[in-house]
Design a binder for this molecule. Structure first.
Ligand code: ZN
Ligand code: ZN
Length: 333
């Protein structure tokens, strides 16, 4: 009897590990060699000795890790030898520099998707389909209810909401994740206005990284420490962590909105207490997850974060082996 070939990626206490390559993908503990799919906090963690990531994401990584870490940027599609494996990074369409990790070893190919989306995004390279034997996919929004509208339509709604609040003489505070979502909104808003937007410090520094990488966005103004600015009629972008904090007081009367895939479900909108929810996600929705897993032509699909049960069932019913991996990634969007 021929034994099954050894897996190219296994879950360990430190994170997803590739034994023949002796490296980790987005480890949640410090390790020697970390191949990083993108700069969000649950995927890029402090303390590893060496970080290998896609070149467009190098600025984000340096900003988040500080200068003293060894960051090795690699161009998309370029093969790097790690142990006895050949590793390459391919665009994931999630945020600037996001990558899928393709691992080849003795004729077998595994792909770790990281977070990904299929919608157009002017701030990063589009997702590139990569065929493989085993596809490790994220499953953040893997329920049939999650179907995301075209982003330009939603951004137009944001602009209308901002203008309506201005008519009422109040500010518009829009909460978006500081890395990726904020820059995408600032870029897509250019279709409707050229006005500057106020940004929270966390958004400001990452927007600077995006500008240096050549991404076009609306002009931004940092929300200063001085209290004399009149914010009536202004749009302010801030991370969700700023919602309901004393930092918000300077804006006086204001309306609040949240940009997230989670806003697709009404109960979620109500629970979170924002005046408006705008459905913009940097993750794949249900149809995009199915399309992408299918297009990989993988014989086996392994799922990380989120609602893996429904997707596991979907593929098992169609004769494709699928199961969940226990990982420590968050569900931020
Ligand atoms: Zn992410
Ligand atoms: Zn994630």
């Amino acid at each position: 009897m021929i034994s099954a070939p050894e897996p190219l990626v296994v879950v360990t206490a430190n994170g997803l590990y590739c034994p023949p390559g002796d490296f980790y993908v987005d480890p949640w503990q410090p390790v020697q060699t970390a191949v990083i799919t993108h700069g969000h906090g649950d995927h890029l963690r402090h303390g590893s000795a060496r970080y290998i990531l896609a070149r467009p994401g190098a600025g984000i990584a340096r900003q988040r890790l500080g200068g003293d870490r060894e960051v090795t940027p690699v161009d998309y599609g370029t093969r790097v030898q790690l142990g006895t494996t050949s590793v390459s990074l391919h665009p994931a369409g999630h945020i600037l520099g996001s990558a899928q990790v393709r691992i080849e070893h003795e004729g077998r190919v595994w792909v770790v998707s990281g977070d990904y989306k299929r919608q157009p995004d002017p701030t990063c390279a589009a997702f590139e389909p990569v065929e493989c034997d085993v596809f490790i996919s994220e499953a953040t929004f893997a329920l049939p209810v999650y179907r995301f509208p075209e982003t330009p339509r939603v951004v137009e709604e944001i602009h209308r909401w901002w203008m309506a609040n201005r008519e009422r003489g109040i500010a518009s505070a829009l909460f978006c994740y500081a890395l990726g979502k904020s820059q995408r909104v600032l870029s897509e808003l250019r279709a409707f206005t050229h006005e500057p937007v106020y940004v929270h410090g966390a958004v400001d520094s990452l927007t600077g990284v995006y500008r240096r990488a050549g991404v076009s966005m609306l002009p931004t103004l940092p929300v200063g420490t001085e209290k004399k600015t009149d914010f009536r009629g202004a749009l302010i972008l801030a991370p969700p962590s700023a919602a309901g904090t004393p930092w918000m007081r300077r804006f006086g009367d204001h309306a609040t909105g949240f940009c997230s895939g989670w806003m697709r479900v009404r109960g979620d909108r109500r629970r979170r207490g924002y005046d408006r929810g705008f459905v913009i996600s940097d993750h794949a929705d249900w149809p995009a997850l199915i399309e992408t897993c299918t297009a990989s032509r993988a014989k086996k699909i392994l799922l990380t974060h989120g609602y893996s049960d429904a997707l596991t069932r979907y593929f098992n019913e169609r004769g494709v082996e699928a199961s969940a991996l226990q990982t420590s990634y968050g569900a931020e969007d």
